[in-house]
Write a protein that binds this ligand. Structure first.
Ligand SMILES: NC(=O)c1ccc[n+]([C@@H]2O[C@H](COP(=O)([O-])OP(=O)(O)OC[C@H]3O[C@@H](n4cnc5c(N)ncnc54)[C@H](OP(=O)(O)O)[C@@H]3O)[C@@H](O)[C@H]2O)c1
Length: 253
């Protein structure tokens, strides 16, 4: 029998037990200066996490449990900065990769497509390269990557964005299978539209408020699923549209 204060009833009556101390949970969040990453940072801090945040812009620290590191995920020294952020934190239990860019295709600036891959995909791969060995050594940890429902799309408007997210989803799913036997969970989050500056197009069906996106992420932290696609209805529609677009391309219409 367990008493409210943690004491137990044994043969010799109530035995006192030291009060349970919650371990400090440590999160490294990449892309915290804006949007979903910024809102999620506030939520983790309110729940008592220690957080290290990284992005190109500085941020006003939202509390003493937050430390910010200014870095570009495409910079040569990004792995070193990330490693130092984790050392500072004393380890990492959760890592969420929010960093992403999504500009429409400009045929006069195809280098922008290349930059999209570097941030959305290569930056995430470089993050895993630093974080996964630490989690494997600890035999525990949770990696989360923000992909998109666009990962299935044939997109003439933003081919680099869709393809970089397709690569990210595929990579994270593979890593989920590779790391699960080592005690490390990997979650791919596929949102449709979330109300941030990134969702700037004129058509944004079933757009999620940022708070709702944060709640979905908090559920992921609790349950550590392999993949989450929201809103579900948009996921079904996107999948059907993608099949249709592939067929039309194949038959040349
Ligand atoms: N909003 C949506 O509709 C939506 C839908 C599906 C998926 N997503 C995904 O969710 C993630 C977050 O999106 P969001 O809407 O919150 O976007 P956001 O408001 O534009 O924020 C993007 C974050 O990424 C950081 N970032 C961008 N490039 C970076 C770089 N080179 N190095 C370091 N940090 C960088 C930005 O910080 P700095 O500019 O300071 O570097 C910022 O903190 C993205 O991966 C996005 O693709 C968004």
């Amino acid at each position: 029998m367990l008493r409210r204060d943690g004491g137990t009833l044994g043969r010799r009556g109530w035995q006192e037990r030291a009060p349970m101390v919650e371990p400090v949970r440590r999160a490294v969040l990449v892309g915290t200066s804006d949007g979903i990453g910024l809102a999620f940072t506030g939520r983790l801090l309110a729940d008592g996490w220690q957080v290290a945040g990284l992005s190109r812009r500085g941020v006003e620290p939202p509390g003493p449990a937050y430390r910010h590191h200014v870095v570009d995920v495409t910079a040569p020294d990004y792995p070193q900065v990330l490693g130092r952020a984790i050392d500072d934190l004393g380890g990492v239990d959760l890592c969420v990769y929010f960093a992403g860019v999504g500009d429409p295709l400009d045929l006069d600036d195809l280098a922008a497509e290349h930059r999209t891959f570097e941030v959305n995909l290569t930056g995430a791969v470089r993050t895993v390269e630093v974080v996964a060995p630490l989690m494997v050594a600890a035999g525990a940890g949770h990696l989360v990557g923000l992909s998109s429902l666009a990962d299935r799309l044939v997109s003439a408007d933003a081919p680099g964005y869709a393809a970089s997210k397709a690569g990210l989803s595929s990579y994270l799913l593979g890593m989920a299978a590779a790391l699960r036997p080592r005690g490390v969970h990997v979650t791919t989050v596929r949102f449709g539209f979330v109300d941030t500056k990134m969702a700037k197009g004129p058509v944004r069906p079933l757009m999620l408020p940022v708070d709702r996106a944060v709640e979905i992420l908090m559920d992921c932290v609790r349950t550590r699923p392999v993949v989450v696609s929201r809103p579900r209805r948009l996921a079904v529609v996107t999948s059907a549209l993608s099949t249709l677009a592939r067929l039309r391309l194949l038959v040349g219409r």
